[in-house]
Design a protein around this ligand. Sequence first.
Ligand code: CTP
Ligand code: MG
Length: 579
Amino acid sequence: MKRYLKYARPYRTAFILGPVLMIAEVIGEIMLPKMMSLIINNGVAERNSGYIISMGLAMAFVAALMAICGIGAAYFSCKASVSFTSDLRQELFAKVQQFSFKNIDQFSTGSLVTRLTNDVQQLQMVVMMCLRMGLRAPGMLLGALFMAFIMNARLAVIILVVIPLLAAAIGSIMYLAYPRFTVMQKKLDAMNSGIQEALTNVRVVKSFVREDFEEERFNKANTDLQSNSLRAMKIVMATMPVMMLAMNITTLAVVWYGGNLIIGGSMQVGDLTAFTTYIVQILMSLMILSMIFLNFARAMASVKRIDEVLQAEIDLTDDKAAYKDLEVKEGRVEFKDVSFSYEDGGAAPVLEHISFVAEPGQVIGIIGSTGSGKTSLVQMIPRLYDASAGQVLVDGVDVRDYSLHHLRNGVGMVLQKNVLFSGTIEENLQWGDENATMEEIRAAADASQADGFVTSFPDGYDTDMGQGGVNVSGGQKQRLCIARALLKRPKILILDDSTSAVDTATEAKIRESFNTALKDTTKFIIAQRISSVEEADQILVLDDGRIVGMGTHQELLESCEAYQEIYYSQREKNEEVSA
Ligand code: CTP
Ligand code: MG
């Protein structure tokens, strides 16, 4: 709870004014029935029209004041709850931005979207409700109860019988509703994740003609949500009629018993009118209370989910970094007996006992079958993941001793699954360096063999990218991603299968330009084709998480069985093609 007070603090005026004005409105509401009874008893019964007019005017004045207070209360409660949750949402977003890759693996994107939208909305609703009704309902309950007892204690006893019964009913509703709402939010998550996955990958779905399958899958998630929402709502639905029944029975009892009192001469007619109004007010406030509790139960389920995000421990931080101001200068990379697994203490490690040294300016090729751990290996250099055992050193310093900012600034990485963002090509390339001049941008694009096709577009560098870069070809996208990384002028450049969609001739040109433009940068090139790494100073051959060969192309051809295998299988294929 304390954590949330932080978000409320800037809006404390609104948080206080809302309920205060609400109380003023409630006081008026309690006064009106009493004034009405006075008019009936003293004005109507005594035929005193002067009294009726003056009391009537007083009532009108109270009613007008109430309206003003009511508007004010609604305004401030709205303002408070909307601003409060907007800040909360901002903080959640910031937190998610800090998430490490491991954190992101834990939550699905769909679930995060639901948490930042629907769950926050749920909380906003209940905060607003509490501000508007949280004090109003108990205030009205106590006030009306007090007035009823003053008017006629014997009659008021009826109410005392009803209240505990209703309280018990509300209690059991809450008890039943909470777990159902928790399930409902989870189903909503599942549905959102489904929508998110199917829509972002709609092209794949279509190319595999899986529309029917996806529709069926969505239908399942949707009906699941529907039935679970109904299960939760059923309880809410039951509340209203039960309360109404209680209210009507109580009113009847009061009128019957009060009627007898009037006939017996121990009660005035006006008092009975006021009394029935108080009964309605009491039961109404109980009903509102039960609604608040219900929504509270629902919001609690949401708060728990919001909390999971806020409390998620970011396992990869630079809090303990020993040299916060150190920047990557040389680009020397050393792995010292590194092992790694994606889950702590999980099954077989993905990488085992990896040791090698990459000197500044060297080209390191990494080759190995799919799933052998190539991506996992290089991800440890910019600390996208941390080694489970052993050390990764950059310029002789453990990567965990750099600030993440300086480390990642020194390492340019083109991810295997890469995306461009909506915006122009120029804007996308500026991710590498926001102050890059047009000349620098063109130089980087030229080195990655992108300048040619970009300038052939009618709008050139101003060409708008569709979301994720849909309007360029796979190979063009890869070249733009390389240009983006080059603009960072990194000391270490990692290309994870980044030229897989580029033809061999263009790829050779890119490698050539690296030799001149990036002479001092340590370059890691992960590739499937031997031709991509042939000229590397050092080639690492990975198999099932271990280095099974290390050396130049010639050395490996002579000594490494795994390398020979890859080499000859690719040569055979090439010969087949040319034959
Ligand atoms: N893996 C995992 N969790 C992830 C990513 C990968 O458990 N978030 C596992 C994979 O199942 C695989 C192993 O880690 O068995 C190595 O994956 P990776 O390093 O991505 O393999 P690559 O050599 O990069 O494979 P590819 O050539 O297909 O890119
Ligand atoms: Mg990979």
